[in-house]
Design a protein around this ligand. Structure first.
Ligand code: AMP
Ligand code: GLY
Length: 427
């Protein structure tokens, strides 16, 4: 069976790596892919939201299943586009419908959904230019810190945590009156600041049933000990030590099941991953955000721990048979460490040759490419996050140290990685 993966990050490389292990996997195509995915299949130079050309490629290459990695095409409605286009409507698309993808695509929609289904989350109010004055009053009367979120997708930049009222009012004005985020910022959610440790939990749903995948914790700040600017993610671990059986049972009952039931009750088609960004406030979890896809770099620790045949799992999702599936998890720890370009998350250069990728692989360590491409037979950098190395080990220490050791074998000018992934859980 031929498969198309949409996206070009470490997440998509990990998907490709896992799918390739399935006996039923035929030819793999990745659009647009990277230098890593090119080793496992054929990269197609098509943008992730170019639905017309993606559909045409699906016909040409007899694709039976499309796995969508990033949020953009999902929020723009790729699922619905395939369902309503005759030539490709028979193809399984793993992802939510456009309506359901609003769980990620609109913060106001997600908050309304959680309210309707009594799912614990930060208290909030939403504002537009029409009730701007009311919003400013709300901010002035609100305890600090206070969190401002633009409604739409903003490439991870649409959330601002303000420590004082002046800063909050200035940001509120920039968002609503000065269109700092364009269309995405026409609505703003103002919410309570939550404290606690963050954890990412993943469900795969077929619209009726769901299975739980391993949970993960990602490390978003550029600097060690979580200091400095926010990034797309500098590393991740799975499992998360505090997510014990009791904690997981509680979030299943209070968050995951009400979410899946809510989607069904509101008749929102959803055959894909639900990513719950949670905060653990002394054993009480609240939802910080929903994403309608897998996380990156969380996928690079979740997928290597999954023992099931990934293609069979996706087919069971497409055919609403997840009630018949038993998830099997490798009990070992997975840790992934990201190598980024010098300057990231600010300005950085691209096209820098990467050395050491061909060094002898170590068992239970895997290199997943993110921003890489092949140029004149050389692998060169092509983004801020360049590649990530995942290792499996008996402890967090062992897994992280193995990835750090592997990282020392790889080099490109300006390369940087955090050596302290999982630090708060390491001895
Ligand atoms: P989001 O785009 O909603 O994931 O927000 C980005 C990041 O901002 C989250 O991963 C949290 O670290 C932080 N954040 C968002 N909302 C809150 C909140 N209500 N309280 C504390 N931190 C938050
Ligand atoms: N690592 C966070 C995300 O994928 O959104």
């Amino acid at each position: 069976m031929n498969i198309l993966i949409i996206g070009s990050g470490g997440r998509e490389h990990a998907f490709a790596w896992k799918l390739k292990q399935s006996p039923r996997c035929g030819h793999l195509f990745i659009a647009p892919g990277n230098a890593g995915t090119a080793l496992l299949g054929t990269n197609l130079p098509i943008g992730v939201s170019d639905f017309e050309n993606l559909a045409q490629a699906c016909v040409e290459h007899q694709i039976a299943l499309v796995l969508v990695g990033p949020e953009e095409p999902l929020v723009k409605g790729i699922y619905d586009y395939f369902k309503k286009t005759d030539a490709v409507k028979h193809i399984h698309v793993i992802g939510p419908s456009q309506t359901a993808a609003q769980l990620e695509g609109s913060k106001a929609f997600a908050k309304g959904f959680m309210k309707r289904h009594q799912i614990p989350t930060a208290s909030y109010k939403k504002f537009t230019v029409d009730n701007y004055i009311e919003g400013a009053e709300y901010i002035k009367a609100h305890p600090l810190p206070i969190v401002l979120k633009v409604d739409g997708l903003a490439a991870g930049k649409g959330v601002v945590i303000c420590e004082n009222v002046i800063e909050a009012l200035a940001e509120f004005e920039l968002m609503l009156l000065r269109s700092k985020f364009g269309e995405a910022g026409k609505k703003v959610v103002v919410e309570e600041f939550l404290t606690g440790i963050e954890i990412s939990v993943f469900a795969l749903t077929d619209g009726k049933n769901y299975v739980l995948l391993p949970e993960a914790k990602d490390y978003k700040r550029i600097g060690e000990k979580d200091i400095g600017l926010n990034t797309g993610g500098m590393g991740a671990i799975s499992p998360v030590p505090f997510a014990d059986e009791a904690f997981m049972q509680k979030i299943k009952a209070e968050i995951i099941e009400p979410t899946i039931r809510g989607l069904q009750a509101e008749k929102m088609e959803y055959k894909g991953f639900v990513f719950f960004g949670l905060i653990n406030d002394n054993g009480n979890a609240k939802v910080i955000e929903y994403n309608c896809r897998m996380g990156d770099p969380e996928t690079e620790v979740v997928i290597p721990r999954l023992k099931n045949d990934f293609l069979e799992l996706l087919l069971a999702t497409a055919e609403q048979r997840l009630d018949q599936v038993q998830i099997e998890i490798d009990p070992r720890v997975a840790a992934t460490v990201m190598a980024v370009s010098g300057g990231y998350p600010g300005e950085f250069m691209k096209g820098i040759p990467i050395k050491g990728l061909d060094e002898k692989a170590i068992e239970d360590s895997f290199v997943f490419h993110s921003g890489t491409m092949v140029e004149e037979d050389r692998v060169v950098t092509n983004g801020g996050r360049v590649l990530t190395i995942t290792s499996l080990g008996d402890t967090i220490n062992e897994a992280v140290e193995q990835s750090n050791y592997m990282m020392e074998q790889i080099f490109f000018a300006g390369m940087y990685s955090r050596g302290d992934i999982g630090y708060e859980f390491r001895k």
